[in-house]
Design a protein around this ligand. Structure first.
Ligand code: NAI
Ligand code: MG
Length: 365
């Protein structure tokens, strides 16, 4: 209806996906009712849920619905039920096809420290207090996709496995441009990470980022770091970073390590973005958690914070993104904890719905 100016497609998927997205729905309802968000919601199938219903992990009509939306928010896909289906029908294939279909080349992963959870980190509070890093990882190029690749048998009977790390200047430029743009909305600092000392693709990465910076983004502070040093610096002094720009492989590893600086999988959102005008895909980084699915105890914060990223990066409401993140922080400060979060003093154990309701109520105040 006309009171809605934007549309989000919810893809609950499998396992705890539908449980956490029900709480996202509750938060959207609160933002619509109390903050004039104007966001309408559609639902679609993906993953195992789609396989069961449509015989494919991503039906063409769902991809069309995704393309026609302003943003897509996914729960999670996969689980033991679909373990033995053939490769092309695997639930994970639905996610890969969606990323490919939307041309999502940049993966945004924040590493944020919520004050109430700082003591749950394996690092000391004074090392991570106030931590706020944004990883921008190239998502559809590099060694995971480079050709040639394979396993071959050599004349002497031994085998050789090989992959190719490959980046073109346009592939580097488009993800670097996104990192610089995002840095302008933050502290204005980009650290570009590769191994230019031992890899030609890394050398081209460094040259390309440097040239783009000089041409278009000289107001942003650019530094370069080798990936191995970056791993050390993330553990030693993570607060030195604002935006970290890196390739697919290093980004996979470094963003996982950085995410764990601050605690639970249940708190970590992500976004995958493509060309301006294309809807991004927002999702918690956790999976379908078959071990707790159906028990109504999953932490919905990662999914709700993924909605906040959509509000900030795609739906033109950074104010409501801030408000939503503050509501999550406030609810944690008030002692609400799902089972995956460390107790602490004066805390109250709640389930998925209890956490979602507390956040939505805060947004309705
Ligand atoms: P997982 O993230 O589903 O679970 C790992 C551990 O973290 C489990 O003990 C789980 O209970 C816990 N956990 C995860 N999210 C939680 C939350 N929101 N609240 C409380 N606890 C939470 O990873 P796992 O076990 O390796 O994979 C399970 C399934 O999920 C597999 O089929 C896998 O392929 C799929 N998966 C899907 C992803 C996606 O949809 N993007 C990403 C990762 C895995
Ligand atoms: Mg990973």
């Amino acid at each position: 209806s006309s009171e809605y100016s934007m549309k989000i497609l919810l893809l609950p998927g499998d396992g705890i996906g539908p449980e956490v997205l029900a709480e996202v729905r509750r938060v959207i309802d609160a933002l619509n009712a109390h903050h004039g968000l104007g966001l309408s919601v559609e639902n679609g199938d993906i993953g195992g849920a789609s396989l069961d219903r449509h015989g494919t992990p991503l039906a063409p009509h769902v991809l069309e619905m995704a393309k026609a939306s302003d943003a897509v928010l996914m729960g999670a896909v996969g689980g033991p039920k679909w373990q033995s289906v053939s490769y092309e029908l695997r639930p994970e294939q639905g996610l890969l096809n969606l990323r490919k279909g939307l041309g999502l080349y940049a993966n945004l992963r924040p590493a944020l420290c919520f004050p109430a959870l700082a003591d749950a980190s394996t690092l000391k509070r004074d090392v991570i207090d106030g931590l706020d890093i944004l990883f921008v990882r190239e998502l559809i190029g590099g060694v995971y996709f480079g050709e040639p690749r394979g396993i071959e048998t050599l004349p002497d009977g031994t085998k050789r496995g090989f992959n190719t790390q490959s980046y073109t200047t346009p592939e580097i430029e488009r993800v670097a441009r996104m990192a610089f743009d995002l840095a302008r909305q933050r502290e204005g600092r980009v650290c570009s990470v590769e191994k230019a000392n031992v890899m030609e693709s890394g050398l081209l990465w460094r040259e390309t980022v440097t040239a783009l910076h000089k041409r278009e983004f000289s107001d942003v502070a650019l530094s370069h770091m080798y990936a191995d040093n970056c791993a050390m610096q993330l553990v030693r002094d993570p607060r030195q970073f604002d935006v970290i720009l890196t390739d697919n492989l290093f980004g996979d590893i470094l963003s996982d390590a950085a995410a764990m600086l601050t605690g639970s999988l249940g708190m970590l959102p992500s976004a995958a973005l493509g060309e301006p005008g294309m809807p991004g895909l927002y999702e918690p980084i956790h999976g379908s958690a078959p071990d707790i699915a159906g028990k109504c105890i999953a932490n919905p914060c990662a999914a709700i914070l993924s909605l906040a990223m959509a509000l900030r990066h795609q739906l033109g409401r950074p104010d409501l993104a801030d408000l939503t993140e503050k509501a999550v922080s406030h609810v944690l400060d008030s002692g609400y904890r799902t089972g995956d979060l460390l107790g602490g003093e004066d805390t109250r154990l709640v389930g998925t719905e209890g956490m979602g309701r507390a956040i939505a109520e805060r947004l309705s105040a």
